[in-house]
Design a protein around this ligand. Structure first.
Ligand code: UDP
Ligand code: MG
Length: 159
């Protein structure tokens, strides 16, 4: 069986994407899932979780020295998030591209942040930024594993 983090560099590459509490409150979950589904990616893990402050701190541990860490982790644990594992070719980079830039002002219209957000601390979504962070985040958010299902349209998505 495939490990939960998939195989980077293949059509079974996987990433961790999350709709943050602001995206859930603003009813953007369906729109965000639809973008990845329509592009051709495969959804292999999906659940709603209300993170504790400790889970938020573990998720953003690499930012623990930043001045905004307290506010960020309070916000991230302020309501439920939607945790997703998406699979497909180049999904880690492509996912980041579909999210937009960290800063909403720099995010192009057509990206999730460019379409739905204004402020840096309310930028709607999270996405792993490298194969290493994808593996780390998928292990953390999906310890139970994900679903290795075969998608029958893949021969119309991949050459
Ligand atoms: N963030 C913030 N202030 C900053 C930088 C980042 O509030 O000065 C928030 C922002 O919401 C961002 C999150 O912290 O999405 C994580 O930061 P990172 O640099 O990892 O950006 P991302 O990977 O989410 O684009
Ligand atoms: Mg990040």
């Amino acid at each position: 069986a495939l490990p939960v983090w998939g195989k980077a560099g293949t059509n079974q590459e996987r990433t961790f994407l999350a709709v943050k509490p602001d995206g859930v409150q603003r009813a953007l979950v369906g729109d965000i899932i639809a973008r990845f589904e329509k592009r051709g990616y495969k959804l292999v893990g999906l659940k709603m979780v209300w993170p504790t402050k400790e889970m938020a701190e573990a998720h953003y541990a690499d930012l623990s020295k930043k001045p905004f860490f307290g506010g960020l982790t309070s916000f991230f644990s302020s309501g439920p998030i939607v945790c997703m594992c998406w699979e497909g070719k180049d999904i880690i980079k492509q996912g980041r591209q579909m999210l937009g830039e960290t800063q909403p002002l720099a995010s192009k219209p057509g990206s999730i942040r460019g379409d739905f957000s204004i402020d840096l601390g309310r930028n709607i979504c999270h996405g792993s930024d490298s194969p290493e962070s994808a593996a780390h985040e998928l292990k953390m958010w999906f310890p139970e594993g994900v679903n290795d299902w075969g998608k029958t349209v893949d021969s119309w998505v991949y050459e």
